[in-house]
Design a protein around this ligand. Structure first.
Ligand SMILES: NC(=O)c1ccc[n+]([C@@H]2O[C@H](COP(=O)([O-])OP(=O)(O)OC[C@H]3O[C@@H](n4cnc5c(N)ncnc54)[C@H](OP(=O)(O)O)[C@@H]3O)[C@@H](O)[C@H]2O)c1
Length: 267
């Protein structure tokens, strides 16, 4: 498995399986993202409410890496006009287009059908290559599909061995939707789990590296966040080993519907 490995989306477009999360990446966003790009990161996840878009845009523009080699994911909020927010996100980033625009979370009522229409328009006008959702249950995704005929390319949800669901895994496989795993390191809270550490020891890797590798081998896109350069470097160093089937099963068995954010937004 190579560092530049991608996964194919419903549209046929390719998406890197690994990238950088940027929520609370506030110390020196541009510097951290520049370093990430230098050491091989090619996917950056942000949102209009993270405050990181200007620094990310600057780092991308100044990286010298062709724009088409960097995958940029950003989001619109539940009360936005999704089309206009896409335009303003791009202005903040200083980029002509995104690669993936997501609805950050469903609104209190309905499934966000208006937001979805706005993203479909943005996609049709070339402002983003693909569109998807975040924090959606299968029922809410079904409502969007029923209203528009357009299936989200991804569902970005909290996902780790400690908190996930076989039901969502089966649903996304059936629909061809890719899971983008957020808080994949459980915001560090489960990094000292005994089983995880035992498996990490077997591969001479850290607990964080095992969680990232587990996500990739499970067929997901994974976006650990790291401010510290040592963490940035450690997290991308997961393409020189493979977790064997027995250890994948051991990791799978750790599920306790754990959520670092409070609760998983899906069944
Ligand atoms: N769509 C949504 O609603 C949603 C919700 C939550 C998150 N997200 C996205 O997913 C990304 C990742 O999730 P997250 O930020 O919640 O949590 P996370 O990636 O699970 O954990 C981040 C924490 O892990 C630490 N860390 C990183 N690498 C490490 C390593 N190798 N060893 C030990 N600790 C390490 C980081 O420390 P340092 O920063 O100090 O290096 C930080 O404290 C976010 O940044 C965001 O882009 C999306």
């Amino acid at each position: 498995m190579e560092q530049d490995q991608t996964i194919k989306l419903l549209s046929g477009n390719a998406m890197p399986v690994f990238g950088l999360g940027t929520w609370l990446l506030n110390l020196d966003t541009a510097g951290t993202v520049a370093h990430a790009l230098e050491i091989g990161y090619r996917l950056i996840d942000t949102s209009s409410d993270y405050g990181s878009q200007p620094g990310i845009g600057a780092a991308i523009r100044e990286s010298g890496i062709p724009r088409e080699d960097i995958y940029l994911v950003t989001k619109v909020e539940e009360n936005d006009d999704a089309y206009r927010r896409t335009v303003s996100n791009l202005a903040e980033l200083g980029l002509d287009r995104a690669d993936m625009m997501l609805i950050h979370r469903p609104p209190i009522r309905g499934a966000g059908e208006d937001l979805w229409e706005g993203l479909i328009r943005a996609q049709n006008e070339g402002l983003t290559r693909d569109i998807g959702v975040s924090n959606y249950s299968s029922e809410l995704i079904e409502m969007l599909i029923a209203a528009s005929g357009v299936t989200p390319a991804v569902n970005q949800i909290e996902w780790s061995p400690f908190g996930r669901s076989q039901y969502m895994q089966a649903y996304r496989r059936e629909k061809g939707i890719v899971i983008m795993a957020y808080s994949p390191l459980t915001r560090t809270r489960r990094l000292t789990d005994g089983t995880l550490l035992q498996i990490a020891g077997r591969y001479h890797k850290s607990a964080a590296q095992i969680l990232i590798r587990w996500s990739i081998q499970s067929g997901n896109v994974v976006i650990p966040k790291a401010n510290q350069w040592q963490h940035l470097e450690e997290n991308i160093d997961v393409f020189d080993f493979e977790i064997d089937a027995a250890d994948m099963r051991r990791l799978d068995s750790l599920d306790e519907r754990y959520s670092a954010l409070g609760s998983l937004p899906y069944i």
